[in-house]
Design a protein around this ligand. Structure first.
Ligand code: GLA
Length: 388
């Protein structure tokens, strides 16, 4: 959306007057490195040109008036600055309030209400981080409206804090970081133990990133996400009996193979094995990309999916069907689930000339097996959140 269109849409809902601040906050896709951002591993996501548009301005009172064009039937949802609590009946507004709550808690005052208008084109609950997109966008809105000296990296950390403590999803830092810090045409190699990061050009000649959406909706709160995180914490504390490590990803695969006997529960062995092998795959994948070896990169994506399916067990029939059908399709160089799993999306590297037949073939096979449609998006890599 253009700035002008945003301002007009905002005025239509909240009335004319002072011009709102306008901004765009993207969604993200993770190319490789799944479920390791809360285990000190390295991840390799990129920001999308899909995302959430915001317009917002201050009010003189303490009302926080929220309107989402995606939930237009709800109209303007009224919340209050003096009641910053998570209310399960108030849907998307909890993501906005969580950020206000966090800013105040971190010492950046918010002393008046606001009118906030938003609209997104990321499929909701699909694993492309529509919630982190809203959180980081809200962070940038608060920074701008209240002139707070916070960096984009601070906004990423505040957004994760809100997600963990206000929305009670124990997520890692990957989504919020890439949405705040992404760069056009680049993926970000982020070491989640140190937050050191580098941009790696990821636009591949003649190859498209195709996202396939299972259309199986899920929220992380009601998924097994927190359970997986707990399993990793248990595995870590048991492995710490034999090694001086702070995170699971401090171990190489070779070290882990010697220590695995410390884990009595076979389920924990599988969980730790995924984490450690996935971290190694990220390193190999980035090396392959830098050497322009897309075949190797694609193969590592496939291996990542197999590990998430068999060892981490976060795929399910929908994501497995979508991905296994992608592997069979002509022109597909690699395919894997992306994000948390349990439904949501996968991502495939597809030769440009094969995209149409890929979508046709995988879509048909998915409908036949699962009984409903999948949606495909051929996506571009965009910048992180930005004022318009
Ligand atoms: C979700 C979380 C991230 C990350 C991924 C899995 O998207 O928000 O922090 O853990 O799942 O890699």
């Amino acid at each position: 959306m253009t700035k002008e269109a945003l301002v007009q849409a905002f005025f239509k809902i909240f009335g004319e007057g002072s011009e709102p601040v306008t901004l765009f906050s993207p969604g993200r896709v993770n190319l490789i490195g799944e479920h390791i951002d809360y285990n000190g591993g390295s991840v390799f996501p990129c920001a999308l040109t899909m995302g959430t548009w915001f317009a917002g301005r201050k009010r003189a009172d303490h009302k926080i008036l929220c309107y989402s064009a995606n939930f237009a039937e709800e109209g303007i949802v009224e919340r209050f600055l003096d009641q910053l609590e998570n209310d399960p009946d108030k849907g998307f507004t909890n993501y906005l309030l969580g950020i206000i709550w966090t800013f105040i808690k971190k010492g950046f005052p918010v002393d008046c209400g606001m009118e906030i208008w938003l609209s997104g084109n990321i499929p909701y609950a699909s694993g492309l981080s529509s919630s982190a997109s809203v959180e980081v966008g809200m962070g940038l809105l608060l920074k701008t409206l209240f002139d707070h000296p916070v960096s984009m990296q601070d906004i990423a950390l505040f957004s994760q804090y809100a997600e963990n403590n206000f929305n009670k999803v124990n997520c890692g830092i990957m989504d919020q970081f890439i949405i705040a810090m992404g760069k056009k045409d680049c993926a970000v190699l982020l070491d989640t133990a140190t937050l050191n990061y580098t941009y790696v050009p990821a636009v591949l000649q003649g190859i498209k990133l195709v996202i396939g959406c299972t259309n199986k909706k899920r929220g992380l709160k009601d998924s097994k996400y927190n359970e997986r995180r707990q399993e990793c914490e248990t595995a870590l504390s048991e492995l710490q009996n034999g090694a001086d490590i702070r995170t699971l990803c401090d171990l190489s695969l070779k070290d882990y193979e010697e220590l695995e006997v410390l884990l009595k529960d076979p389920v924990l062995k599988k969980r730790a094995r995924h984490v450690i092998t996935e971290n190694e795959r990220v390193k190999q994948a980035v090396k392959a990309l830098k050497e322009d070896d897309i075949t190797a990169f694609g193969r590592l994506m496939d291996e990542s999916h197999i590990s998430l399916r068999d060892d981490y067990e976060v795929t399910g029939i929908e994501l497995d069907t979508l991905t296994e059908e992608a592997w069979k399709a002509e022109g597909c160089l690699g395919s894997r689930m992306t994000g948390a799993g349990f439904g949501g999306c996968n991502v495939s590297l597809v030769k440009e000339e094969a995209v149409e037949s890929f979508i046709q073939q995988v879509g048909d096979a998915y409908r036949k097996k699962i009984g409903y449609e999948t949606s495909f998006y051929t996506v571009d890599i965009g910048d992180g959140a930005v004022l318009l």
